[in-house]
Design a protein around this ligand. Sequence first.
Ligand code: ADP
Length: 438
Amino acid sequence: MFDFWRRALVFPLTLLLFSMLLWAAAGALPAALFFGVFLLVRLVFHLHQLALLDYWLADPDARVVPDGAGLWEEVFARLNRMVRLHRKERKQHTAALQHMEQATSALPEGVAILDEADHIEWCNPLVEQHFGLDGARDIGQQITYLARQPEFVQYLAMHDFSEPLVLRGARQDGLTLSIKLIPYSDNKKLLISRDITRFERIETMRRDFVANVSHELRTPLTVVNGFVETLLDMPDLENDTARRALQLMGEQTQRMERLVNDLLTLSKLDNALNALQEETVEVPTLLRALHHEGQSLSGGQHALRLELESDCNLLGNTAELRSAFGNLVSNAIRYTPQGGEIVLRWQERDGQPVFSVQDSGLGIAPQHIPRLTERFYRVDHSRSRETGGTGLGLAIVKHVVNRHQARLEIASKEGKGSIFSIVFPAKRRLPLLAAEVT
Ligand code: ADP
């Protein structure tokens, strides 16, 4: 700074000194003329340097920074250094961005960045393929303007991205996408799309196969079972061995029938096209019936109690809920030794309706609990078979629970007993109608 002023003041002070000497030697007018002319020359020089700067600023990328002269030389030199540094940094940023773009292009998933109003800020080629976009043309467009499927628009508007959206028949025919949205800073969202068409096709084939096999087995099994029962009922069947063999055949065919029925129930619940048929489920009435059925299943071997702490109803499907609740009651009876206690409870927790079955039975060790709802997962194989279990009961419960956006809670202590609870979302709670209260 000091150096600048020292150099800047050399010329005006020297000019002033010479003008004063001239004044003393030749008078005021020649001195004033001398001073004025040199000041004008200096002004023209500075204006020229300014013009050079202005020329460069008009197109800094294409032109070189002027060399400058006098005081301007140092200023332009500094500017030149700044420009070179800036260009180097820009090159590095561009290279890093290209690197990122190449990496995201190689991803097996579509990736796009959406702003707070769902405009596409950037996307990789796979997103272009999945949604039928043209990167160059569609950047900046609102994504719902380009992908208009109602489920997708609704998903974006919901702002609940905990579960991915399965979008069938996206832009390209027959394409099924799994779409996940991840919100991040400044209300932006990362959209990740995955092509699951092949996976879905295999899943559908698997589901159809199980449903078809179960369906095909049903009729022959009913016929065989019918004959076995008829033979057993024949009064002249005296051979004990034959009677015993027929009894065993009867038990096994009935077991197979239960299995086939449970598999068919699961297939129906599993079918994406089979939407939940909603109606008013009169839960207290349903539970009274289940309590009654439970008592006859127990055959007086357990103390079975029904506690109706709430009288609310549910928005759901009666047949599905009957099957889920019934499975929990039947499990409690089957896994509780004689003399045990079982309570069926209907209550509300923080506005959420809850159905629970508490038993004083065998209980379940903690390591088994996360796997109980898997198909054919059994803790105690022999007890499950002895009591007519198929290993599919809790899998059915899980499906029904999911279809009602509810959750299954399992609390258990080995040797002490278990509590299986189904917690429904508050939106499914239906208060009693005035007519029903009176
Ligand atoms: P299963 O037909 O074998 O009962 P489920 O799917 O209904 O099949 O249950 C899976 C397993 O969970 C059972 O085999 C049993 O070991 C365990 N289980 C279910 N309910 C209870 C319960 N109330 N008490 C103890 N164990 C249970």
